[in-house]
Design a protein around this ligand. Structure first.
Ligand code: GUN
Length: 290
């Protein structure tokens, strides 16, 4: 049986520390860090994530601003809103919730965010700095994953780490962060040959593919640290036979937790840590701007 890496509890403890920190920052600098979150349209999953981000900001005591734009806002309309927030001295962090509607070019939007306010760490200059090993804002989900691995006390150095998934938001940056900590890193993906065999060699396994329960127990090395980044909404039969929605990860938790040394749950694992790292990044941007 494995030890649970409780992202919810770890998040709560970090956010409580931030609450004290923000009181000190306000006393020292005369204002609090401020996060602006922009959401376009009403995708229910995006709305739920954004609500979580604003709620976390309120919990820590920082200032926050929610900008809600209609699904049919023009690209120029969105870029104007970002330009306004870029210019506003009281705003430290700007996050545009992704994905955006198809008529908007996501790259243009990310490129338009002032680098010093890029709390997501998605701006190409930030990404370049991460890969060059320079000072940067580290993307929230990868930063949360590393914090969770480190919370186990397992030393990353020299370990075999396998990251399944190669997205710009999770797979690639988390691989770089593991490499920075001297892990031997493999990035696996949908075309990887013998994925099960590759995964089963990992001391640290990060699943970020977006396929419900694709990591089965035979893909987990006994004692491994397993980080499940997936948030998949599936329909399962409820108590009276009616279909009900359920959140599941990319890992078959019940089976994998019999084999792993440490494992994150879904929900209550990577999700809350991502939001907490966003709060940390907002404080970091605030400090960088002083
Ligand atoms: N959509 C899914 N994950 C993220 C994230 O980390 N940041 C933003 N801006 N949008 C997302």
């Amino acid at each position: 049986m494995s030890t649970l890496i409780d992202g919810k509890a770890l998040s709560l403890s970090l956010k409580e520390q931030m609450r004290d920190r923000i009181v000190e920052l306000e006393a020292k600098y005369g204002r609090k860090p401020c996060l602006a979150v922009i959401i376009v349209g009403d995708n229910p999953a995006s709305r739920s994530y954004v609500r979580g981000k604003i709620k976390a900001a309120e919990f820590t005591g920082m200032d926050s601003r929610l900008v809600e734009l209609p699904e049919d806002v023009s690209q120029d309309g969105l870029l104007d809103v970002i330009a306004g927030l870029n210019a506003e001295a009281a705003v430290d962090g700007i996050l545009v919730q992704l994905p955006l509607p198809k008529h908007i070019d996501e790259d243009k939007v990310i490129d338009s965010i002032a680098i010093e306010k890029d709390v997501d760490g998605f701006h190409p200059q930030n990404v370049a700095n991460l890969w060059l090993g320079r000072k940067c804002i580290v993307p929230c989900t990868p930063k949360g994953i590393i914090t969770m691995i480190e919370s186990t006390g397992v030393d990353i150095q020299g370990k075999k780490a396998v990251v399944i998934g190669r997205s710009n938001i999770v797979g690639k940056p988390v691989a770089k962060l593991l490499l920075d900590r001297n892990a031997t890193v493999t990035i696996a993906h949908s075309r990887t040959k013998d994925l099960a065999k590759v995964a089963a060699e990992a001391d640290i396994l990060v699943a970020a593919v977006g396929r419900p329960k694709m990591v089965t127990a035979d893909m987990v090395k006994p004692g491994a640290v397993v980080i499940d980044v997936g948030i998949n909404r599936i329909s399962v039969p409820g108590p009276d036979g009616e279909p009900v929605n359920k959140l599941v990860g990319d890992v078959d938790f019940d089976a994998a937790s019999q084999v792993a040394g440490y494992i994150t749950p879904v929900p209550g694992g990577v999700g809350p840590m991502t939001i907490t790292m966003l709060m940390e990044n907002t404080i970091e941007c605030f400090l960088n701007r002083q």
